[in-house]
Design a protein. Structure first.
Length: 479
């Protein structure tokens, strides 16, 4: 319906929806074939973005007492950019390559949804450049078929289709709850928190992330940001440990201004071993979009090992990471923030680049990259109100236990202190003679003289004598 209203039918590709090839809308078999139904990639993605914001606006409007309380400007779509369309068109190009065969992941045999960075140079970032290199479907520029779009969305943006059903529900059934059998599209809500990545509440980057997983929709809570917390591993470590909910880690690297990161549904803990589950995945969000989910074979999902845990003697990587090995994870942030790694393949996650290619003329020759320097780093608690609340409550409980243990360690057991004092564990001149006499062949304990007395053993070089050390009272202890 939307295609007919906006595009007017025909095969020109001017509409925002999918239309049948060759202008045939008469219900022929060719128009029903997914390979003949096509649409402009940029316009379809922009439509999904607009529907997602409209759904968020309607949901908020239903909760406020007066529409005057509603900030409509927060829901105005921004420029979606080209990251999503580059990913979609790149996937379509890979299908065309080799007589329609897909490039397959060497580990799993699945089709690889690789960003177009590996196919286009940095000069092909604009929409015009993308269109000029994508004259591929039925001779029309920038078009993708429905079957290609569905395959791409299933792996890269599985929540995208929910933007339409959620919008229609808010329009047609505003007073009814969303059906429990379906998952709504929830636009991420930062609740007024500042971010180095999201300049406006309607940020297209938030839309891209929300399309990757249902857990990335709804309320977010900022746990750490390098912009105000500084690039401090101790602060990052403190913010992560104890939080009991799903988190998303977002990185902007300094060389190519690329944005990438990782999502995990498992709470962070300090360990020399990998842990986590298959809810974890890696992603690239700019200058193109790619999502790399677990292969289902290896289980090296997430890693968090500080140098203080082992004093640096374990020979393992110290920092936080995802995938790869304990010596070098695939995505790794070191404790010193030096030598950070983002490689393109490992045995846990699907293959694909996290970093944009090196700039031509910058010494990298436009090839792939592995190491990066951090420009901005943020960690957010995600999953909606309930998940964020329970995560924060778990962190408060963990910090309460930690404070209690510290306070307990500060309190001195007086009796134990005296025993340690007498045994020499606590160094003191008051009992120094015991250490000096212990083990000498010419000294032995003098039981008759009382506790703490020694005498020269018979046959010793000196005449028999005994020395008694009077008992001393430790001030303030009563002992």
């Amino acid at each position: 319906y939307y295609a007919n209203q906006r595009g007017g039918g025909g095969g020109g590709g001017g509409g925002c929806g999918f239309d049948g090839g060759g202008g045939d809308h008469g219900g022929s078999s060719s128009s029903k074939d997914p390979s003949n139904i096509r649409a402009n990639a940029n316009e379809v993605l922009d439509l999904g973005y607009s529907l997602a914001l409209a759904s968020a606006l309607l949901a908020t409007a239903a909760e406020v007492d007066s529409l005057q309380e509603l900030d409509v400007n927060a829901y105005i779509p921004a420029d979606l950019g080209t990251a999503e369309s580059k990913s979609l068109l790149g996937y379509a190009k890979k299908i065309r390559r080799g007589s329609g065969e897909l490039d397959l992941d060497p580990y799993t045999g699945r089709a690889m949804t690789l960003p177009m960075d590996s196919q286009f140079s940095e000069r092909s970032v604009g929409a015009e450049s993308i269109s000029s290199t994508s004259t591929h479907v039925h001779g029309n520029e920038n078009l993708v078929t429905l079957d290609v779009f569905l395959e791409w969305a299933e792996q890269t943006a599985p929540c995208l289709s929910a933007s339409l059903s959620t919008f229609l529900h808010h329009v047609l059934f505003p007073d009814r709850p969303y059906p429990p059998s379906r998952t709504p599209f929830l636009y991420p809500d930062l609740v007024g928190q500042q971010s180095a990545f999201f300049d406006v509440p309607s940020s297209p980057l938030l839309f891209s992330l929300a399309c990757m997983s249902p857990a990335l929709g709804g309320t977010w809570h900022r746990l750490y940001t390098s912009e105000s917390d500084g690039l401090s591993f101790n602060r990052l470590f403190s913010c992560l440990l104890g939080y009991g909910g799903p988190t998303v880690l977002i990185i902007r690297e300094s060389e190519g201004d690329g944005i990438f990161g990782a999502f995990t549904g498992t709470a962070w803990k300090e360990s020399k071993d990998f842990y986590g589950n298959s809810d974890c995945f890696l992603f690239q969000a700019s200058p193109t979009v790619g999502v790399y989910r677990p292969r289902g074979r290896d289980s090296n999902f997430m890693y968090c090992n500080s140098q203080s845990r082992s004093k640096g003697y374990d020979g393992l990587a110290h920092g936080i990471g995802f995938g790869g090995t304990d010596e070098l994870p695939r995505l790794f942030i070191s404790e010193t923030f030096d030598g950070c790694v983002a490689s393109s393949a490992d045995l846990t996650f699907e293959s694909g680049p996290l970093l944009p290619p090196a700039k031509e003329g910058g010494g990298g020759g436009g090839g792939s990259r592995k190491y990066f320097d951090i420009c901005d780093l943020e960690v957010w608690g995600v999953g909606g109100d309930e998940a964020v609340s329970s995560g924060l409550e778990a962190r408060r409980a963990q910090r309460s236990v930690l404070r209690a243990n510290i306070e307990k360690a500060r309190k001195v057991d007086k009796a134990q202190f005296l025993d340690d004092f007498k045994s020499g564990l606590i160094e003191s001149k008051a009992f120094k003679h015991r250490a000096e006499a212990r083990g000498r062949h010419d000294f032995e304990a003098d039981d008759k003289a009382g506790e703490g007395a020694y005498k020269v053993a018979p046959g010793g070089n000196r005449r028999s004598a005994s020395v008694t050390v009077p008992t001393r009272t430790i001030p303030g202890t009563g002992l």
